[in-house]
Design a protein around this ligand. Structure first.
Ligand SMILES: [Zn+2]
Length: 117
């Protein structure tokens, strides 16, 4: 049995894929309710640049934009600082993988299991 996904903000179970928001927080990926993320976003976490949404449409868009900008910077800057955007890309890919395998896949498995029954 997979254990229930619990929202880091309100400590209640996240029951639906549409409710799930994954965000990065100090090198960790945390699951939140959509509503809790919105509330959080206006609060303390919003002041931290590192905290942003990972899953869903906005997550994919910012991921793609970040990767493109990162690679453009990497290939245009002729200096050792070109590795900084590269580190950001690696970090973003790492977050996405964790987000997918830890949380998003949880619901994907549930849906595919239901189809077999
Ligand atoms: Zn919550």
């Amino acid at each position: 049995m997979t254990k229930a996904l619990v929202c880091k903000a309100c400590k209640k179970e996240i029951k639906d894929k549409d409710e799930l928001v994954t965000a990065n927080h100090y090198l960790q990926v945390i699951p939140l309710h959509h509503d809790c993320f919105d509330k959080d976003d206006r609060g303390v976490m919003a002041t931290l640049f590192s905290n942003h949404r990972l899953n869903g449409w906005t997550g994919y868009c910012s991921f793609i934009i970040m990767v493109i900008i990162g690679f453009v910077l990497f290939f245009t800057i002729d200096h050792f600082i070109r590795y900084i955007p590269l580190c950001f890309i690696i970090l973003e890919i790492y977050y996405r993988i964790i987000s997918y395998f830890k949380y998003e896949r949880y619901f994907t498995n549930h849906i595919s299991n239901n189809h077999h029954v």
